[in-house]
Design a binder for this molecule. Sequence first.
Ligand code: NAD
Length: 296
Amino acid sequence: DKPVIGFLGLGHMGLPMAINLHRAGYKLKGFDVVPAAVQAAQEAGIETVDTQEDAAVDVDVVLTMFPSGKHVLEAYEKHLLQSAKPNTLFLECSTIDVAQARQAAELAVAAGHRSADAPVSGGVVGAEAGSLTFMLGAQDEDLAEITALLEHMGKRIVHCGGYGAGQAAKVCNNMLLGISMIGAAEAFVLGERLGLEHQALYDVISSASGQCWAVTTNCPVPGPVPTSPANREYQPGFAAALMAKDLGLATSALEHTTTDAQLGALAASLYRKFSDEGNAGTDFSGIINAIREGTL
Ligand code: NAD
């Protein structure tokens, strides 16, 4: 028999992920604190329950997809851990602080449960298509069970280590992405001022040592990569607010580990400013406009 899943957090990411599990034949107990999210799940044919506690009662897996770590810790401590039967697998898929992820795992284990962190990349498009990448922090003995579930929502699952390792990998990747997008944007603006056509610079970078995802997939100037958000006035894609959030988590991890990563810290403050100054919903590659205008 397939495991029964308590699925909490039916937002932009959670709902399409829940729909994919539902389509794969899993019984879900869906819950969100926002009634409209619950209604959208019901309209998709997903069974919902009335309280957070109900979503944890008599299920095999409690899957959470919340905005941040404080939501996760609060839900675990106040509602979920004491409602679940012993040995329930707490599968935390939100993007949260590494330290909070480890704390959540400790709380779950202390309450007699199992825990894993499985943050995702791939965005809403990947959630809908079931093509997410999961970065997994889990115990070896739980891997088979977790993989069987995640493969209905994603196409790549990378086991990164024990508790918190999934969040750690995600924060490192996104810190590099934030830095490399700013670098790509600076290179294109400098190129413009040196009289280079975007396509010419793209042709060089994409086959030379500056090559990176920020250039070859999410190119910050329109033209060279037709599918990049720059071609649709920087509609996301990956919104600047989400990049700012993830870089905030990177900053926290840098402080926690006393790591002197100056570019990561700078990228965090630049994206925070860019997002706060009216660009929260702009694709993160739109930062090139602020660089060009000198307003950062
Ligand atoms: P969202 O705000 O759309 O959804 C979060 C949902 O959680 C909301 O519907 C909210 O009402 C609900 N919620 C909060 N507390 C709850 C509780 N105690 N019980 C039940 N529901 C609760 O956010 P999202 O875009 O779906 O992102 C979810 C997570 O995934 C975030 O951590 C985000 O950083 C991460 N993420 C998002 C993207 C993306 O492109 N949107 C990509 C990768 C990772």
